[in-house]
Structures are given as C-alpha cells and as structure tokens.
Design a protein around this ligand. Sequence first.
Ligand code: ADP
Ligand code: MG
Length: 474
Amino acid sequence: MNFEELGLHVNIIRALTDAGYTQPTPVQEQAIPAAINGRDLLVSSQTGSGKTAAFMLPALHKLATAEVISYTNAKTPNQERQSARSRGDRPRFVAAKPKMLVLTPTRELALQVTTATDKYSAYTRRLKAVSILGGMPYPKQMQLLSRNPEILVATPGRLIDHMESGKIDFSELQMLVLDEADRMLDMGFIDDIEKIVAATPPTRQTMLFSATLDGVVGNMAKRITTEPMVIQIAGSASKHENIQQKVHFVDDLSHKNRMLDHLLRDVSLDQAVVFTATKRDADTIADRLNIAGFAAAALHGDMHQGARNRTLDGLRRGHIRVLVATDVAARGIDVPGITHVFNYDLPKFPEDYVHRIGRTGRAGRKGVAVSLVNHAESMHVKRIERFTKQLIPVDVIEGFEPKKTAAPSRTSARKPQGWKPGDNRKSGYGNNSKPGQRSFSKPGSSTAPRKDGGSAYKGNRQTEGGARRSFGDY
Ligand code: ADP
Ligand code: MG
C-alpha cells in the first residue's frame, strides 16, 4: 500500500516524498481513507506510530480539495476590517473561523503538530496552521488569529479564553481532532473539552486519538462522535521491541549520579532524555551535567514558553545532547536523535513509563531505556512490568555493582500478569540476557496473577490524580 492508493491529493504526496515517507504506517493505512470519507474515528495506537499524519493528511486533503470554493467567497478578517474601515466603521477584530481544530494536552505537542502540518502542506500553500498556546504573548496570538487560519492547533485552556472573548468562531468548523485525549483528561481538561465541543457544529467530523479507548476516554468518545470507526493497532510496536529496556539498581544518590554519568558516555548515545520526578531535580541535574561537560538542558513547566521553545529547538538541532525533563514537559517530544531514555526517577504511573520510553525508538529506530532504581522501589518496577506485560531485565555494569544485591538469581522466578510463554524472551533483546542478569523479584514473591489485577492500581491512581496536578510539578 502506498500513499497514492489512499487517495491523497498529489500536492500532499509530493510533500510526503520530500519528507522521506515512502509508505503509510498501519494506523495511517486505516485512518486516512476512512477520514477522507468523512467518518468519525476512534484510534488507539502506540506512540511513534504516525498518528499526526493519520489525521492531518486526510484533513489537508479535504481542505485542499475544497479550497477553490471557499477562497472565492470568503474574505479574510483583514479584508473585512478593510471594508469596514472604508465604510467608515470603527475597525474591529473579526473572529477567526477555522475549518479544523486540533486539541493537544501540551504546548510542545501543539507546536509539533503545527510543524508537521507545515511540512505536509508545503505544496498546498493556502492552508495555514497556527498554534494557540498558553504562555504565548497576546498580541502575537491576535496577529496569528487575524490571518484567519484554516487549521487551529491549541491547548484547551488558552483556547477557551479566546472563545470567551469572541476571538474565535467555530461555526464553520468541519473537523475536530483530540490528540492524546487520555492525557488531556488526565490533566483535568474534561470541562474545557466539553465546552469547546459544545461550541462546534454537530455536523463536524470528530477524530479522537488516545493510548486507551476505555474508561473515561471511551465515555467521552461516545458522547462526541457519531458512528465512529474504531481503529486499534496493537502489533509489535506496543511491546516496544525496538527499545532495549533495562533496570540498574543503585544504592544511593551518589551511586545513581555516577552511574548516570557513566551511561551518558556510552558511545552509541546520540541524544538522551533524563526523566526526573520534580522540576527542581530537572534543574539541578541539568546544571550538574553541564558542569560535568555534557551539553544538557532542563525542560519543565515552570520555564517560560520562550525558554521551552529554545530548549526544544536546541534539542532538535543537536546542540543539546541531554534533556533533563519532567513527564508532562517531555510528553510527545519527537526528536529522531534521541537514542537513550533514562529514568533518573521512576514515573509515578506505569502509563508514564510507556510515554517516557517512547521518546526513543521513534519511527522504528532502535532505542535504549534505562531505569535507575533504588532497592526500595522494586514494587514500582513490578507495577510497570504488570502494566506493560513485559519483564525488564536487571543489568549490572562492571565497576558500578550495587552493594546490596537485589535478589538471588532466579531467572524464571516470576512472570508478570498476562505474560505468555515466549512473549518477551523471543524479542531479540531478551536473548541478550547475560548470565549475570536476573529478574529482580524476590524469591517467594507471588508468582500467581493477582486476582484484582491492575484495578488496585487504577483505584489508587484516581485518588492521586488530583493531588498530582496540584503539586504543579510539570
Ligand atoms: P505518534 O503521534 O503516533 O506518536 P507521530 O505522528 O509523532 O507519532 O510520528 C512519529 C514519527 O514518525 C515522526 O517523526 C513522523 O515524522 C514519522 N512518520 C510518520 N509517518 C511516517 C511514514 N509514513 N513514514 C515515515 N515516517 C513517518
Ligand atoms: Mg502524537
């Protein structure tokens, strides 16, 4: 299957050729024809599987095909203002009337979607995409909106502000995309999303992308879509077979820091993301790494938008080799040079682990994901293993052996729940296990699947969700 067969406009195909896309990914193969036909979509597929193009290519196709008609009639807000002025009226702001709206959980993701859109629409020149984000100077946003962009990419909060002050009019909206819907709900955007959806015409086409389609996301999806086509791509990507995962046990902070420095000197490392639990740690560790001679920079929610953009830009250009980041700040970052992900601190939630390691191994490349774990955090690793249904091998580096041994060697001691024979070990990397590697589980820990499965975890998460946000730690 190639992009021509999916029925895309020639000018879009040209842009894809420039971008080096030779064939659609599985999610694109399914989503693009359905979306061109106007179907609502509910899509879950692994991070890095090409979801942006899965909604943006059919959208651009539809807008490019309809372009001729809309442009002969429509006046831009500037033209309208001009004629208002010539009529002697006071110049006023005319609301932007986008045809497509993409909602994303973070500013970084919104910018990434906008950048991808610019790339895909390189030969459909009249189509403009702009991002409306928290932290962007107001005059700049007004200027962007006054260009009456066809495509608006926004985080929910800031968009609501503009809607309420009459700067955006959704009466001509044709397509609504919720990218990383599960994350948006996690971040507490549900009311904002409902408000935004309610302001759009019921005739719109809705496309929702999420890591999972059950629970809260599923309920919302049901309310906002009409007879959606459900696309769920599991496949090998969901096991992250291209990402080599490891756990290194550490005794204390100084051991952890020495180990990190050692690992960052790995010759196979191009660029890395180091995840920390707090913004303060992100700053401290970035400073320390810089002093140690690594080109490091921090990325977290306390930084001004300008600084965040500069950091991401530096990362993309390769000036920054080590990004030290918190979960939300680094969500969805797509930089091909990231070969390594380090969990300096383990994530609070197993889903975040999956999002973190997905920063490497983009578009089928190989990647390495290393977690530096205190002995006391073994339970945390188990929760992650239960969630991903994969064992993470424990590795020991010569000269960096932990003083405490994690567990006596019992390679076959325990299988995570849902594990099937051959599930894990036959995936290339599993075979690399050296004799010294072992599962960290303690002898005598239950080998039977828990009756309550992951639900205990889920319950826990709901009570902690609100608290987590109020820490303001992103
Ligand atoms: P997701 O949203 O599913 O995490 P993205 O849309 O961010 O994934 O895409 C991941 C990477 O794959 C991006 O760098 C993108 O440019 C690249 N990509 C997407 N589709 C293709 C394709 N058909 N061929 C080659 N690369 C692609
Ligand atoms: Mg995405």
